[in-house]
Design a protein around this ligand. Structure first.
Ligand SMILES: Nc1ncnc2c1ncn2[C@@H]1O[C@H](COP(=O)(O)OP(=O)(O)OP(=O)(O)O)[C@@H](O)[C@H]1O
Ligand SMILES: [Mg+2]
Length: 466
């Protein structure tokens, strides 16, 4: 996992282009930020430590792709990623404002990533072990005579034909069963296996209010580590047994200390923390006193983490100096300059995202790999119903979505979701009762108009429904 993705900025943008329409500036900047971390890793001198990421502040109204860009970026980079809403820390009743929890989340993601890749590495070996265990269960090895004696006898120079053939027979059966196992002939056969039971102890009661999450989780792990692991015999099919054993064998083969170490390295050097809704923790401009105090408090709490500090997690200390922070907000009411200066300084790169045009909507409906139109096609296809759209129907959907945004409230590309679901709802309801397998549904412009026109004409109605 230590190998870091070597995509060039151009390639990163190309990857992002597969999912996000427009927003060239934002894409270019996140791509540079990502590449800069790779560059930093390659710096040999002492300067390496001093090069800190240029955190990014994305400014753009709702539904234009801010979160989507950050999320995709993390995927492209195979980087641990976590997203928090800054405003969550100002919520009434939210005591303690545990801003460090975002770092713990990040490490958790990192652990998952590393585990996944390690599991993948040992997959074959684990499968081999599982096969042997299953064979031992199916044909218990002959303990007394068989193997051991047969082997020693040959080293003694003596030869016992009976035992030799017994062993041979045994191995033959074993191989026969191995074939059967591999062919999947035995999947439904029941076997008895020992299943280790994890005992999760609830320490919530002692922990409540006295400890932070990390210590609670740590304590929990410690306690369950101290408790003897009970194992229970269970009768399951080979198919299930294979799953259960596979998990056990995999965890035996993967060294968790190594996982922890790599995960912390990965989180520290490759992690991305996305802080959404930072505009909501900025001073609102008006001279309100109450909430502003708490907002500024949150900014002050964020400062050390963004600046670089060590955070205690249940896997160990995590330094946040090289974590990439991407903050985002609409900044309709407040401005970036309403943030406390120290925090502004931690986000030197500002990118403004463009509002989406009607043409963008058309492309968003059509082009991304995971475009909404394709998602619905896939849903219908799952029931063997084939959904098609005429070109002008897509243009019409885009036009309607755009118009509702203008007239009711601009929620960006999210509007496409509400419009599409409204358009297709009846079909989704009718499959498979009245619209059965192999049916074709053609979405035309007329159909779009017919199904949605009453809504666009009636503003009050569309406020509720779309
Ligand atoms: N430029 C775009 N290209 C493709 N899809 C987009 C684009 N912008 C938004 N979308 C789609 O709209 C949805 C909302 O986008 P996203 O979550 O990125 O909004 P946001 O900018 O983070 O808004 P908010 O400020 O409300 O958090 C996503 O599901 C995404 O698929
Ligand atoms: Mg968002």
């Amino acid at each position: 996992m230590k190998e870091i993705n070597h995509l060039t900025p151009r390639q990163i943008v190309q990857e992002l282009d597969k999912y996000i329409i427009g927003q060239r500036d934002a894409k270019r900047n996140v791509a540079i930020a990502l590449r800069n971390r790779i560059r930093r890793m390659m710096v040999k001198s002492d300067l390496q430590k001093d090069i800190v990421p240029n955190n990014i502040l994305m400014i753009g109204s709702t539904g234009v792709g801010k979160t989507e860009i950050a999320r995709r970026l993390a995927k492209v980079a195979h980087a641990p990623f976590t997203k928090v809403e800054a405003s969550k820390f100002t919520e009434v009743g939210y005591v303690g404002r545990d801003v460090e929890s975002m770092v713990r989340d990040l490490v958790e993601q990192s652990i998952n990533l590393v585990k996944e890749s390690k599991n993948e590495e040992v997959k074959e070996k684990a499968a081999e072990n599982v096969e042997d265990i299953l064979l031992d269960i199916l044909i218990p090895p002959v303990k007394t005579a068989g193997f051991s004696t047969a082997r020693t006898s040959s080293s003694n120079g003596e030869f016992d034909p009976d035992k030799a053939s017994e062993q041979e027979l045994n191995e033959k059966t074993r191989e026969r069963f191995r074939d059967k196992l591999r062919n999947g002939e035995l999947e439904d056969r029941k076997v008895e296996i020992n299943v280790k039971q994890s005992n999760s102890m609830g320490v919530g009661m002692i922990g409540n209010g006295m400890m932070d999450d990390a210590s609670i989780a740590g304590l929990q792990d410690m306690l369950s580590g101290m408790m003897p692991k009970k194992s229970k015999k269970r009768k399951v099919t080979i198919e299930e047994a294979r799953k259960i054993l596979m998990e056990e064998e995999t965890s035996k083969l993967v060294d968790f200390d190594e996982v922890k170490e790599e995960a912390i390295f990965l989180a520290e050097n490759n992690g991305i923390i996305f802080i959404d809704e930072v505009d909501k923790i900025a001073k609102s401009g008006k001279n309100g006193s109450g909430p502003d105090v708490s907002r500024e408090g949150v900014q002050r709490d964020l400062l050390p983490i963004v600046e670089g500090s060590a955070v205690n997690t249940k896997y160990g200390m995590v330094h946040t100096d090289h974590v990439l922070f991407i903050a985002a907000g609409a900044f309709h009411v407040s401005k970036p300059s309403d943030l406390i200066p120290e925090l502004q300084g931690r986000f030197p790169i500002r990118v403004e995202l463009d509002s989406l045009t009607q043409e963008d909507f058309v492309r968003i409906l059509r082009e991304p790999k995971n475009a909404l139109t394709k998602q619905y096609q896939a849903l219908f296809e799952a029931e063997e119903v084939y959904l098609e759209y005429t070109d002008d129907s897509i243009e019409e959907i885009a036009r309607i979505a755009f118009k509702i945004n203008e007239e009711v409230e601009n929620i960006g590309a999210r509007r496409l979701h509400t419009v599409m679901s409204h358009l297709l709802n009846d079909f989704l309801f009718d499959v498979p009762d009245t619209i059965q397998a192999n049916a074709k549904i053609m979405i035309t412009k007329e159909m779009v108009l017919e199904r949605l026109s009453s809504l666009i004409q009636n503003r009050d109605l569309s406020q509720y429904i779309l």
